[in-house]
Design a protein. Sequence first.
Length: 253
Amino acid sequence: MVKVFVPSGQVSQGKVTVTGGDAHHLRSVLRKKPGDQVLIGVIGGAGSRAYEGVIVAVDSSKVICELLSPVKVQTEPQLKACLCQAVAKGGKMDLVIQKSVELGVTEIVPFFSQYTVVRLDGEKSRQRQERWQKIAEAAAKQCRRDTIPQVHLPVSFDQLAAALAHRDEDHLLLMPYEQEQNRGLAHIQGHLPKQPRQVSIVIGPEGGFCPEEVERIKTINGEIITLGPRILRTETAAVAVLALVQFLWGDLG
């Protein structure tokens, strides 16, 4: 069953109005008609919630659905996972965003590090962020997430590190680094005083991190970890670490 997301302001008296690209997709691509069922994610207001719905009217600009019973299946993991991803070349960022949303990421923070190849100015940065947010929304619909993870505007490494320095005690910070050889996630798990409620993962660009960036993460009590004896591409590393932390502390597996 197809899923759409709507703001809570588009819900009135048990009915929801779907507009824009979602209405076009339902009407012109999927050829939905009155009587067809859809899943509806309502975001904002008292929080995100999902409903079974049935289409009651279709016209050239909108699709009106009647809300039926709430959907009780919980697709959001208890573990909050933030992916801090160095901006990668070509379609790699698109792939990382799509797969991380499938794996339950809560938010994605793109950033520029010293060895980042891609550089974006203000307008291009905003346009890219809008594109990435649409990819996140499409992935959330496909895997029936209850919420759409936020993709932030790209920031500098210094801005990222400054923000991560002010995290809670149960917020674990991880940085995979190819020069680390001994401390992996199994070691970290065995030495944690309690299970983390939130994990932030800092993934480097194609050229990796410079030593100064690694030291900066260490100074804010981040854990520098190895992912094993093989060097992973940036897009592979992001997906691998997210899968591992969701297995260890989330709901994967």
